[in-house]
Design a protein around this ligand. Structure first.
Ligand code: CMP
Length: 225
């Protein structure tokens, strides 16, 4: 299994190599096809997942059947920790955006590691704190930023994880449909498309199916502020 990807996950941060190997050996593997649902919002299940390859979207359904995407996770990112620490239903639906491979840790197994290794507890606390910070930012953006500002932010966030620097800019193969991008920004598809078309017309980005190239990162960053 790919220890380098696993070591990026907060669960493994601070662990010595032999502990990484032991924790990794305690985990199972899950493979998902594109579009396959791992769990649904409301399910009672309390395992912890680390993405090894592919992309997982975490969504919630709102009123009138509208979907909202809270995050799209890639290799080295972790999810499912809320039900571990606050036993209750899953807060989102997790769906594979592309064929994906995950590692999974059972609740009881994790508990043993939490009591025996303060590094594991610190890693998970770090993830929770980071999640709260980002959630606060998202709330502030919904109140204070316009849709183009939120689109710019979403593009930069996707670029930070899925971006690939090329001669003409940063190529971001996000694998999301226009509808999913809009769900991630929390606005209608029409408004998000308008913002993207405007950025493209200004020469800041180039739109491609399920990907985007940031041609002028600085301008996108300024628009995100
Ligand atoms: P849990 O509620 O067990 O299952 C769904 C998971 O989605 C949740 O744990 C978190 O790991 C993850 N999750 C929930 N909200 C967010 C968010 N705003 N950003 C990123 N991940 C989230």
């Amino acid at each position: 299994m790919d220890p380098e990807v696993l070591k990026q996950a907060p669960l493994f941060r601070g662990l010595e190599d032999d502990a990484v190997a032991a924790l990794s050996a305690a985990m199972g593997t899950v493979k998902l096809a594109r579009g396959e649902v791992l769990f649904h919002e409301g399910d009672s299940e309390d395992r912890l997942y680390v993405v090894v390859s592919g992309k997982i979207k975490l969504g919630r359904s709102g009123s009138a059947g509208r979907e909202n995407l809270l995050a799209v996770l890639g290799p080295g990112q972790m999810f499912g920790e809320l039900s571990v620490f606050d036993p209750g239903p899953r807060s989102t639906t997790a769906t594979a955006v592309t064929p994906s491979e995950l590692r999974v840790l059972e609740h009881d197994e994790l508990n043993g590691w939490l009591t025996g290794n303060p590094e594991v507890a610190q890693g998970l606390l770090g993830q929770l704190a980071g999640r709260l910070r980002r959630a606060n930012d998202v709330v502030a953006d919904l109140v204070f930023s316009d849709v183009p500002g939120r689109v710019a932010k979403a593009l930069l966030d996707l670029a930070s994880r899925f971006g690939d620097r090329r001669d003409d800019g940063v190529h971001v193969h996000h694998d999301l449909t226009q509808e999913e991008l809009a769900q991630l920004v929390g606005a209608s598809r029409e408004t998000v498309n308008k913002a993207l078309a405007d950025f493209a017309a200004r020469g800041w980005i180039r739109l491609e199916p399920r990907s985007v190239t940031l041609l002028d990162v600085e301008r996108v960053e300024r628009r995100a502020r």
